[in-house]
Design a protein around this ligand. Structure first.
Ligand SMILES: [Zn+2]
Ligand SMILES: [Zn+2]
Length: 336
């Protein structure tokens, strides 16, 4: 049908934290509006806001924009237009009511998610992080900041977003009153909530990088600003990362050689995410350990029999952590 319609589509995304009393009614409203405009995509609506990834016919873009501006809390919302356009990014319009717009494991009732920090663009961000009275915090997980982060950032050694909040709060006890707390993440959405959390915890001067590392990189290129991000930006699609600067700040978890290429262990029953250089990939058949390599080498039916009845928690919770990885740093939050 898309092909027949023969029109160009724009793939874009946006999110906004807001108080939505009746998400189901809001959902129906959006569906009626957007279905008319042939909008496709996956949208989550919750009492805490909206998180949308969609594709809009170029022809109807202005009507679509108007449908957003008609909604109080979506007026002027930043739309992230995908760099690589793909007419077939979505095939249906699905708008779902969920408990949360991002699964973050936090209990919202304790603080107001719309009371967030001050958004700063790349220029202002560069100025802020150069100041001695600023503390810069990376709100991402350890395997993300390991391959790339901003110069001087605190990079908590955590597996989940929820875990990082109390650790950072504890570490920055003395910074609440008179320091600037500046934070960043991949696309900005984690900082929306983190900034509200830290304001609730008594931090007075809270700032967040608008649009995250993705938007920062765009502005740096566009306006020829100084790039203060070193290494690669970890992304959550099949590419796994985008190179932002030529620096390689991490090492192969198996041989220790300078390397920032993530792979998933080729043993289906393991799938561990870790950093592996080309040489080790060849030597180990892209496996994390000798035993995974042996399993991976078995006929498929035998592998399946081995997997039967075994749960695989590591796949979800232990990204990039395993005792078999000799060069994986196991450390507490550190200044780098
Ligand atoms: Zn290696
Ligand atoms: Zn493995």
């Amino acid at each position: 049908m898309i092909k027949k319609a023969g029109r160009k589509r724009l793939t874009l995304s946006f999110y906004q934290y807001a108080h939505i009393d009746q998400p189901d009614i809001f959902r129906d409203h959006l569906f009626l509006q957007w279905n008319k405009l042939d909008v496709l995509g996956r949208i989550y609506v919750a009492k805490e806001g909206i998180n949308a990834q969609l594709s809009v016919p170029a022809l109807f873009f202005h009507e679509f924009k108007r449908s957003l501006d008609d909604i109080d809390f979506l007026q002027g919302v930043r739309l992230n237009i995908a760099v690589e356009q793909d007419n077939y990014s979505f095939l249906k319009l699905k708008i779902k009511v969920r408990d949360k717009i991002v699964a973050d494991g936090l209990n919202d009732a304790t603080f107001d998610v719309t009371d967030k920090g001050v958004h700063v663009n790349a220029t202002r961000f560069n100025e802020l992080i150069a100041r001695p009275d600023t503390v810069l915090v990376d709100m991402r997980n350890h395997y993300e900041s390991e391959i790339g982060h901003f110069q001087g950032a605190i990079t908590p050694d955590v597996d989940t977003f929820r875990e990082s909040l109390p650790i950072i709060e504890e570490q920055l006890q003395d910074a609440k009153e008179d320091k600037n707390l500046v934070m960043y993440c991949t696309g900005g959405i984690r900082c929306e909530k983190a900034s509200a959390y830290f304001k609730h915890k008594g931090f007075k001067n809270v700032f967040q990088l608008e649009g995250g590392i993705i938007e920062y990189t765009r502005q740096v290129k566009d306006q020829s600003l100084e790039n203060k991000f070193h290494g690669k930006n970890f992304v959550f699609d099949h590419r796994l990362s985008e190179r932002i600067s030529e620096d390689i700040i991490s090492q192969c978890h198996q041989c220790g050689k300078s390397c920032d290429t993530h792979v998933n262990c080729a043993n289906e029953a393991c799938h561990l995410l870790f950093i592996q250089c080309e040489e080790c990939t060849g030597k180990m058949d892209q496996c994390c350990s000798q035993s995974c390599k042996e399993t991976h080498g078995l006929p498929y039916e035998e592998q399946k029999a081995l997997r039967k009845g075994k749960k695989n928690g590591r796949r979800i919770f232990k990204k990039g952590r395993s005792p078999v990885l000799k060069y994986k740093k196991e450390s507490s939050p550190e200044q780098s």
